[in-house]
Design a binder for this molecule. Structure first.
Ligand code: IMP
Length: 220
C-alpha cells in the first residue's frame, strides 16, 4: 500500500484497485528541470511531489475502476466536481471514462488566503441537476480534515440519489477529523500544503501541471 519514502506521496488503494503507479520520490525543480513549471512561479516551488505523468497514470487506473464499477447502470453516472480545485481532476477523469457520464459542479466555502480549515461549510453554488435515483460520483481535489466532504455527502444523500461515492485525487489522512468513505483515492500526501493541478494558494498556482509544495515564506 505504502510505496514511497515517508516524506513523499504514496498511493492509496481502497477496494480492489486496477493498478498502482510506480513510487514517486519528491524532487526539487533544479533536480529535474524536465518537469515544466511556469517561469514566473518556479522560484516559489520547493518540491515536486507528484509529476503530471504520475497523475495521468493514476487517473488512467482510477478511470478504469470507475468504468468497471458503474458498467451497465440504468442512468448515466453524474460526476460532481467541487469547485474550483477539482476542475482539472474532473475534466481529465471524464475524458478517460468509456461509460456514459454527465458533469455538474458545486461550490462551497473553503479556505480563503489561509491554509487551515474553518470547519464552516456553506454552499455557494448548488447543482443544476436533479439527482434523485442517479449514481453520483463526487470529485474532489484533496480531502484534508474531511469536513467539507462530510457535509457534501450528507447534503447529497438527503436528495435520495441511487448512490453517492467519492473520488479524490489527494488525501492527507493524518489531518482527518471525520471518518469518510472515499472510494477512489489517487495519492496520499504528507501534512504539507500542496498546490498545482487545480489546487491553489490565494488563487495562485492552479495551472502548475504537477502537485508541488511551496518554499517556506512563499505566503504560507
Ligand atoms: P477539508 O474540508 O479540510 O477536507 O478541506 C477540503 C478543501 O480544502 C479542499 O477541497 C481544498 O480546496 C482545500 N485544501 C485542503 N488542503 C489543501 C492543500 O494542501 N492545498 C490546497 N488546498 C487545500
Amino acid at each position: 500500500m505504502s510505496t514511497t519514502p515517508s516524506d513523499g506521496p504514496t498511493v492509496a488503494t481502497p477496494g480492489a484497485p486496477a493498478s498502482s503507479p510506480a513510487p514517486v520520490t519528491p524532487v526539487t525543480p533544479a533536480e529535474d528541470p524536465s518537469l515544466w513549471i511556469p517561469e514566473q512561479l518556479r522560484d516559489d516551488v520547493d518540491r515536486i511531489l507528484i509529476p503530471e505523468a504520475a497523475i495521468a497514470a493514476r487517473l488512467d487506473a482510477l478511470a478504469a475502476e470507475v468504468d468497471r464499477d458503474y458498467a451497465g447502470r440504468e442512468s448515466d453516472l453524474l460526476l460532481v466536481g467541487v469547485l474550483r480545485g477539482a476542475v482539472f481532476t474532473l475534466s481529465d477523469l471524464a475524458r478517460r471514462l468509456t461509460i456514459p457520464s454527465a458533469i455538474d459542479f458545486m461550490a462551497c466555502s473553503s479556505y480563503g488566503s489561509s491554509t487551515t480549515s474553518s470547519g464552516v461549510v456553506r454552499i455557494l453554488k448548488d447543482l443544476d441537476t436533479e439527482i434523485e435515483g442517479r449514481d453520483v460520483l463526487l470529485v474532489e481535489d484533496i480531502v484534508d480534515t474531511g469536513l467539507t466532504l462530510d457535509y457534501l455527502i450528507k447534503n447529497l444523500r438527503s436528495r435520495h440519489p441511487a448512490s453517492v461515492e467519492v473520488l479524490s485525487l489527494l488525501t492527507k489522512p493524518s489531518r482527518r477529523e471525520v471518518e469518510l468513505p472515499v472510494r477512489y483515492v489517487g495519492f496520499e500526501v504528507p501534512d504539507v500544503f500542496v498546490v498545482g493541478y487545480g489546487l491553489d494558494f490565494a488563487e495562485r498556482y492552479r495551472g502548475i501541471p504537477h502537485i508541488v509544495s511551496l518554499r517556506p515564506g512563499t505566503g504560507v
